[in-house]
Design a protein around this ligand. Structure first.
Ligand code: ADP
Ligand code: MG
Length: 693
């Protein structure tokens, strides 16, 4: 069979209807898809050992000759066993296979095979259980560096590797995508070589070359795309000049003295706003560092110059909270604060739209509703995006376009998710960064405990104790319907689980307390009611899904319990934990798990051992890769396959350099030889419309 990139996988041997479906789940339908389905790891199977010399650690390849016909024995119903014996010059290897009866036919006495598996020593005998094997000579998965692929249920690594092997010849038909001079300048291998060696490397050096080229390529297209975005913004014109004000006038509104870090960042923002260039600033500060005050200061400055500010929050719960606290804070200074969320009735929305257009609102707080078509501003000068990792590059571009005409609004992005430096460079490469590296005084660090089910009663007692002291408690359950893979049915099941758990807590565990419920599937009004009951202290225990994950600020809450903690990412757990420890009370975070996975336990312990957000996010990035880092691809970054962003710092700056120099010579990528690059960037940023205007 001659394979082209379009050959459907169903015409590959061993791929029937059912397997094809599973492969499709991995994004694999045709031979060409396999070429870019990169391994996540490799196993070095190059050394062939003799039986005596085989190390007793890890899995190894042993070459030996089958000495006698394999014997089949039925151990019991449903469990068959094949025994075989292999020998070489000096040793004997006992082979056992469970439920693989075909082995009887495929292992022939007198033939030499390569067996791959763990070798054990039993007395003077060597033994292997369930090794994989193939005939010596025409080997394809022993005696080589073997790729290890990301898998799904029903698809083995062995199957994938053999499919890839069959598909590899069509790599020859791929046309080179990187301009020749860039390949030369940066000493990059050809595409064909790289694709072949990323799957089945001839040796380590070849693998390194392949990785380098393919990673470079990914980062290169990304850099070119981001440069386009940046250029577009720079061309968009001058910024509105916001007059500086007496900062003391703002500080006197605050119920606390700002930390030094807050004060410094306020100054940086004020300087941007008055500079005449559009501000593009990211404010990074760990949970609880007090970013809201910085946003308030910026909004106050704009209002004082007669301009409007739009503050976007990722959830309605958070938008309501900002609305409440900013109204309270800024009303005495005459700043008119409004709220625009999906929770408003059509009539209320119309009224708010009209007020915005008439300039009767100075600071509007809202969710995505703010970028909906109906919203017109009269003099929008500043956009604040709170918890920006939920607002990706695409949304930022949409917002910036919102101001219309020829002014470019100032943009302030606030994020508590500490982003590793490399990743930040990529996502926010076009932003200036301010860091609030200090927590308000008087906070006591949050104590974190990882516990198993057997501690549940003690934990409930702890809840009573905290509430007895006047505090409040969050109990977090895995999100309702957040996992798109899980589908509606499982969302419904989880929702039911959260509801019945809440009822059970109220009825059986805490009859003397008030237990509330908050989840994403509630109507906006119900959410608002549930949240404000907790804010007012009427609800003592709030059972919630991750809708409270970011931003929610109830300083009286001192305990957060996270059920099934192993189902959350580390950064997400850190965010959730940040819901407590926001006031003067000593605070606690309990992570409940019944996981058996050592790795999962290790992750939870990492969280328990540190409150350093940066350290946590580095760990998270390592464990999950950049694609998942922000969940659901909400970061607006194209999915990348290879780039290990935690480690590819040097390569990243090299690609940025290459992108700059390419665009310097051909800013619109109009030259014929740059068409493949333009094409690839387009595809990479397919989800980010308008970047090419
Ligand atoms: P985040 O950075 O997580 O958005 P917030 O702005 O919500 O943090 O602030 C967290 C809590 O700390 C709020 O209750 C806020 O009123 C309080 N706070 C902020 N700055 C200070 C400060 N300088 N001194 C005392 N409390 C502060
Ligand atoms: Mg916040």
């Amino acid at each position: 069979m001659s394979v082209t990139r379009d050959t459907p996988l169903t015409s590959f041997p061993g791929v029937g209807e059912a397997r094809a479906k599973k492969l499709e789940k991995l994004g694999l339908t045709a031979a060409g898809d396999l070429l870019t389905y990169y391994p996540r790891d490799y196993e070095d199977r190059r050394t062939l050992y003799s039986i005596q010399d085989a190390p007793l650690e890890g899995r190894v390849c042993v070459a030996a000759v089958i000495a006698e016909r394999p014997r089949l024995a039925a151990l019991r119903q449903g469990l068959d066993l094949v025994k075989a014996r292999a020998v070489d010059d000096a040793g004997t290897l006992d082979l056992t296979f469970f439920n693989q009866n075909y082995v009887c036919q495929s292992l022939r006495p007198g033939e030499e095979y390569i067996f791959y598996g763990a070798v054990e020593k039993r007395g003077s005998l060597h033994a292997m259980v369930n090794p994989i094997f193939e005939r010596a000579g025409g080997q394809s998965f022993t005696g080589c560096i073997m790729p290890v692929y990301p898998l799904t249920a029903g698809i083995s690594n062995h199957l994938l590797a053999s499919l890839v092997r069959r598909a590899l010849p069509c790599a020859a038909s791929l046309s080179e995508t990187l301009p020749q001079h860039i390949r030369q300048e940066h000493r990059l291998a050809s595409l064909e070589f790289s694709i072949k060696n990323i799957h089945f490397p001839e040796h380590e050096e070849a693998l390194d070359l392949a990785k380098r080229r393919l990673t470079f390529e990914e980062l290169f297209y990304l850099s070119v795309g981001l440069s386009f975005l940046r250029d577009r913004r720079d061309r968009a014109g001058g910024g509105l000049v916001i007059r500086p004000q007496d900062k003391e006038a703002f500080l006197s509104l605050l119920p606390f003295a700002p930390t030094q870090a807050q004060s410094r960042v306020m100054d940086e923002v004020a300087a941007d706003l008055s500079s005449g260039r559009p501000m593009n600033r990211l404010v990074q500060g760990d949970v609880g560092s007090g970013k809201t005050a910085v946003a308030a200061c910026a909004g106050w400055l704009c209002a004082a110059s007669g301009f409007q500010t739009a503050l976007m929050a990722p959830t309605e719960v958070l938008a309501e909270q900002h609305f409440r606290s900013l109204s309270q804070l800024l009303a005495p200074a005459g700043v008119r604060v409004g709220l625009l969320t999906g929770a408003l009735t059509a009539a209320e929305k119309r009224k708010t739209h009209a007020a915005l257009a008439a300039g009767e609102i100075d600071l509007i707080v809202g969710t995505h509703a703010l970028i909906s078509a109906g919203v017109k501003f009269s003099r929008l000068a500043l956009i604040v995006a709170d918890e920006q990792h939920r607002f990706g590059v695409a949304q930022r571009a949409a917002l910036a376009a919102k101001s219309g005409e020829d002014v470019t609004p100032h943009v302030l992005v606030m994020s508590a998710t500490p982003i590793p430096r490399t990743l930040a460079l990529i996502i926010y490469g076009d932003l200036d960064v301010s860091v609030i590296d200090q927590l308000p005084p008087g906070r006591t660090p949050i104590s974190t405990y990882v516990v198993r089910e057997d501690k549940r009663q003690r934990m409930y007692n702890f809840v009573r104790e905290q509430v007895g002291q006047g505090r409040q408690v969050y109990i977090i359950c895995p999100a309702v319907g957040e996992d798109p893979e899980a589908g509606e049915a499982s969302a419904a099941t989880e929702l039911k689980a959260v509801k019945s758990y809440t009822e059970k807590l109220q009825r059986e565990v805490f009859p003397e307390l008030t237990v509330g419920l908050l989840h994403g599937k509630m109507r906006p009004k119900e959410k608002e009611a549930a949240m404000s009951a907790f804010v007012r202290g009427e609800t003592q225990v709030l059972v919630s899904t991750t809708v409270v994950e970011v931003g929610v600020d109830v300083p009286n809450a001192s305990l957060i319990i996270i059920e099934n903690a192993d189902r959350f990412g580390l950064s997400q757990l850190h965010q959730l934990r940040g819901r407590v420890g926001r006031g003067k009370h000593p605070s606690h975070c309990v992570l409940i798990t019944s996981t058996r996975s050592l790795e999962a336990m290790q992750r939870l312990r990492t969280l328990a051992s540190t409150t350093d957000g940066f350290k946590i996010s580095e760990e998270d990035l390592k464990a999950r890769g950049p694609g998942d880092f922000f969940g659901n691809r909400q970061h607006g970054l194209p999915q990348m396959k290879l780039a290990d962003l935690a480690g590819d710092m040097r390569l990243l700056s090299e690609t940025q350099e290459a992108a700059r120099s390419l665009l310097a010579g051909d800013p619109q990528l109009a030259l014929p030889e740059n068409q493949p690059v333009l094409e690839r960037v387009r595809r990479l940023f397919a989800d980010t419309p308008d970047i090419f205007n």
